[in-house]
Every structure is written in C-alpha cells, then in structure tokens.
Design a protein around this ligand. Structure first.
Ligand code: CTP
Ligand code: MG
Length: 395
C-alpha cells in the first residue's frame, strides 16, 4: 500500500538532566506499567487507525536488547502495525534522520515522537494527521499550547533582551507530523548547512516551509527533570467491584449435604459431580464474577474425573489463589441458601464461621441467610435446593 503513515519513536537520548535521579538510566528505559517507558508511546500511536507502522530509534549500544524486548512486548500485546528499528545518533536530529532512513518506500507521512512523552493520547495522533491530508502544501502539523507565563529572551549574563508577545507564543510538543519527502529534504539541508535544532518543525521553518500548530494536549508532558518522575507514580487506586453467583443442586443423589464446607448430613442426599456444596459453588461464581474470569463450570468441568467427589473447599482455594494473583481483595460476602428442607437455622452460625475462615474475612463481613420458597417451585417440592452469593471486593 502506498501513502502510508508511520511513527518514529525516539528513544536514543541520554536523559542527562535526570541521570542523577535515575541512577544513570536513560529516562525512556525506566520501567512503567510493566514495560519500558518507550512502550507507552507505541501503544498510543499504534492504536490510531491512521498509523501503519512504527520505527523505534534505540541507542546503538542497546539496540539488540531493546529490539528483543520490543518483539516480546508485541507478542504479548500486539500493536497490530509493522515495526522497524534504527540506531540513534549523537543529537536528537541525528536520531530522527536514522529513523527516516528506516521508513519503507510506501510511507509518505511520518509522525516524529519523543518517547519521553509517555502520556500521548491516540486522539492527538489522529488530530495531527487530519490537517496534513486535508491541506495540500502544508509541510508540518505540530501540537502546541498557549503559554501562561510571560516568556523573556535573555543574553548569556541573564540580562533580558526581548519579551515576545505572549499571545503569539506556543509551547510545542511531539508528535510532529510531516510529509516524508519534505522532512528528509530538510534534514539533508540541516546536515549540509550545519543547523542544530531541538525539534523537526524548526527545520521546516528554516527551509521556509509552512507548519501548522494545532491545539496540543496539556497531559502530553515530556519527562525531563527529576521532579517529573513523580508523574510516573503508578495509579494504585483501588477500584470497587462486585460479583454475583447462583447455583442449584437436585436432591436424590448420593452425596451427603454439605453447605459452606460444613457437613449438614440428614436425609437429603445431593446429585453432584463434586461434593455438591451449592453454597460454595455460588460463592466461587461470585468471586469469579469480580474477576470477570468465567465460571466454575468452565474452570472445573463436571465431565473431568479429577473433580469427581472433590471437596468444594479445595476448588474455593484455587479460586482464592486466582483472586490473589489478580490483586482482588474481598470486602464482604452475603450468602443465601433457598431450601424447603432441611432446616438450616441450627447450622447458620457454623456455616458463617467456616466461610469467614475460608475467605480470611472478619466474621462481621460474612452474612449467611436461609429461606424457603413457601413450598412453591422446585425447592418447595423438595426436588433440590439453591444458593445465591453476592461478593464485594476491591481491585
Ligand atoms: N533523543 C534521541 N536521540 C538523541 C537525543 C534525544 O532519540 N541523540 C530522544 C530522547 O530519547 C527523547 C527525545 O529525543 O525521547 C527528546 O529529547 P530530550 O527530552 O532532550 O531527551 P534526552 O536528550 O534523552 O534528555 P537530556 O536532554 O536531559 O539529556
Ligand atoms: Mg536532549
């Protein structure tokens, strides 16, 4: 396909302004959300339907290691776009030039992005490409924000030499979008004429080619100085969730009645593949509901001989392991068994205590109730019993 749009993700800087705070690690390689920082920009870029591929520019000396991690991350969470890798240069503009060389011939437009801006939004990516396509002759589209501070120009001694009119100033960001040919040409001129710039739009400007500034994104901050590291604190907010579970078992089988892991015994024998603990089954489904992780029928199929007669306490232990792994913390459970017979009131206290113990919850966060259906329905006809469970938790 011709006329593709690619992103260049610059990750070849030294991060010298932060080096002390990071112990010398380049900022774009700091770990965040389980991956190096440069991966966040890749996620945001690749999620835009405008983007067909990405070139990652890594420092030459860590290219191999970084490329291996890129491939591995892409296998685990596919970006769904083509990928290429280039080696960085001494200056930012050298890294961009190397990135441009790695673009395929099918690419006609490119977005150059600093991986040190990990809060990039996919919406901004799409907003940048649109004017480039709509306005022929435009040689760049860049995001910028009106400045709130008055900006001064100073000389080497700090003496003010000029105050530009604030209304006309924009603090610009990346990604910066360009037609590939024009950007290549501008970089070639910069090489030939020895220009030093801090962004690509400056090259276009020096070539007297028109660049449009569109509204940037205040969140699209560049991690630059040690105090910016605070923005990479993971959001550890606990999110509340709740789960619902429901189960039925028929009487007339061969399993003694067990509820909440407590042996009830009596004349009503349960039909079941496992031990038929209807209450723990509803409870497990409610916990799985909090995890959005399917149900017990899926986890413990009733045609699998290994679950034949198995204690539901063992199954609950497995589900609790899944909950712990997912970072789920149970807060409160409310359990109800619906049965005409046997009478459960004498067992209520031991069921409640046992469930609290199994879930490692304080007793006052485990409720147990039993009710009949007034001789109506299948419970009323003594054909079986049912249980419902509600679980609230935080993740
Ligand atoms: N960059 C690059 N190659 C370089 C220099 C910079 O790919 N030779 C990248 C950086 O990794 C960063 C972006 O360009 O994502 C913007 O540069 P800057 O914020 O200045 O990062 P560093 O140059 O790494 O930091 P510092 O200037 O503090 O050393
Ligand atoms: Mg720099």
């Amino acid at each position: 396909m011709q006329n593709e749009c690619w992103g260049i993700i610059l990750a070849a800087g030294q991060g010298s302004r932060m080096a002390e705070a990071t112990g010398g690690e380049a900022k774009q390689f700091l770990r965040w959300k389980g991956a190096p920082l440069w991966w966040q920009s890749a996620l945001a870029m690749a999620a835009s339907p405008r983007i067909h591929g990405l070139v990652f520019v890594f420092p030459a000396e860590r290219r191999k290691e970084a490329e291996a991690e890129l491939r591995q991350l892409d296998r685990a969470h596919s970006l769904g776009v083509r990928l290429a890798v280039a080696e960085g240069g001494a200056r930012r503009q050298d890294s961009v030039r190397h990135g441009l060389e790695a673009l395929p011939p099918s690419c006609s437009r490119v977005l150059v992005h600093d991986s040190a801006r990990p809060f990039l939004s996919t919406a901004l990516v799409s907003r940048l490409v649109a004017p480039l396509d709509a306005q022929p002759g435009l040689c760049g589209v860049i995001p910028g924000l009106a400045v709130t501070d008055t900006i001064k120009e100073v000389d080497e001694d700090g003496i003010v030499t000029n105050t530009p009119a604030r209304a006309l100033l924009r603090a610009v960001q990346t990604p910066q979008a360009f037609p590939v040919e024009e950007l290549r040409m501008a970089h070639a001129r910069a090489e030939a004429e020895g220009w030093n710039v801090t962004d690509d739009a400056s090259l276009m400007e020096q070539c007297e080619l028109p660049v449009l500034v569109i509204e940037g994104d205040a969140d699209n901050i560049k991690i630059t100085n040690p105090q910016d590291l605070a923005m990479l604190k993971e959001n550890k907010t606990l999110l509340p969730c709740c789960g619902y579970g429901y189960d039925v078992h028929a009487y007339g089988g061969d399993r003694p009645l067990v509820l909440g892991g407590v042996e009830i015994g009596g004349d009503f024998l349960i039909k079941a593949h496992s031990d038929g603990d209807v209450l723990l089954h509803a409870l497990m489904d409610a916990i799985l509901g909090c995890l959005a992780a399917g149900d017990i029928g899926h986890l413990f199929p009733d045609n699998d001989p290994k679950f034949d007669g198995i204690s539901s306490v063992v199954l609950l232990d497995h589900v609790m392991g899944m909950a712990a792994e997912a970072g789920l913390r149970l807060c409160h459970v409310d359990l109800t068994v619906i049965a005409q017979k046997p009478k459960l009131a004498p067992h209520a206290d031991s069921i409640r205590r046992n469930v609290a113990r199994l879930l490692d919850l304080p007793l006052d966060h485990v409720a147990f109730k039993a009710t009949t259906e007034e001789k109506l329905g299948f419970t009323g006809e003594l054909k079986g019993l049912k249980a419902v469970a509600l679980v609230s938790a935080v993740r």
